[in-house]
Design a protein around this ligand. Sequence first.
Ligand code: APR
Ligand code: PHB
Length: 393
Amino acid sequence: MTQQRTQVGIVGSGPSGLLLAQLLDRAGIASVVLERRSRDYVLGRVRAGVLEQGAVAILREAGVAARLEREGLEHHGVEIAIGEQRYRIDFAEQAASLTVYGQTELTKDLLDARDARGASPIFDAADVAIEEVAGTRPRLRYRLAGAEHVLECDFIAGCDGFHGVSRTAIPPDVLRTHERVYPFGWLGVLADVPPVSPELIYLSHERGFALCSMRSATRSRCYLQCDLDTDVADWSDERFWDELETRLPAELAAHLTRGRTLEKSVTPLRSFVAEPLRYGRLFLAGDAAHIVPPTGAKGLNLAVRDVHQLAAALVAHYRERSDSLLDGYSAAGLRRIWRAERFSAWLTSVLHRFPGRTSFDRGMQLAELDQLVTSAAARAAFVEAYTGSQAEA
Ligand code: APR
Ligand code: PHB
């Protein structure tokens, strides 16, 4: 058995774990990241792609924003289409913007930064176990190529996503979870075709929601609301583009470029919050603590803000011997998280087709959307939540 010691043991090398390690490193705090999967698997995942200005500022502070600022696409508005009607919501009044940059690319930048510091995550770490978090000497136990390892830590950060082990280290009589599971998913594709329009378009259509997003001027990321039992094998590229064309307003459908898809997958939609975010010396961050449906593009942004908050609290502990930020981590984080949950659940509820919905339910959705596109106050509230300008508060 090999024994090692670090200040912060981090479980998971998604955006949360990698960014936390990077922020701590810049503050002179040592950490070790344990990742169950291989490096190639982590680098190959296709996920979200929209960053709030505040998240970009945090990535800049972490020293990992150079490529994102060069290659990311800055957006100053978003479109909502209701059947054939198109509406543009301008972010300018709030001086807000978003940066479209794939999470896959961000993960690569974060890993490059860790490698450059000689502090790469430990990949393929099997059977990670979290021990003694209620005491003062927590430990991470894991296996690497069959050999057992123990990592002694001051603190443990649970950054291991929704299916990770960290949350289960909180005793059941302490942990409370809040959840809404939606009766549909998103079928997403990535394809090297130009976006149908320069800005993102969220589509509320009789046949179901759709979203046209992008990764660059030549790469599109598009989604269709689908049934939960959808098998991607039943969705040829042609069938996907046919269905998207049907849900697009005619003038946009005329601009749709079809192409071979590079990736195709189904994501179920879920809203989920765990509390507390802290138990003893264990802190949860990112998808380990909460899930939002992707409709508001909040998942990655929440993760970035969680670990920024956690890094600041750990820095205060080591530098100033002050634990007030660590003590306040859960309450402050949950307040920010619930606001993003509210927005994501609301946008999901107004844009999707729910099974068994009545004509009254559809009338409510259309009235909500009508209010959004016609009322300056409703638009301002939307822009504040969608671009995350409110999260600075
Ligand atoms: N031991 C070690 N690593 C684990 C374990 C475990 N038991 N369980 C899960 N992991 C790893 C996963 O393999 C994954 O690489 O933890 C990582 C968690 O990463 P993400 O799921 O990406 O979660 P997070 O880093 O919080 O990222 C936030 O933003 O866009 C959203 O949901 C999207 O991934 C995204 C998230
Ligand atoms: C994406 O580009 O993958 C994306 C964009 C906006 C969303 C969700 C996903 O709301």
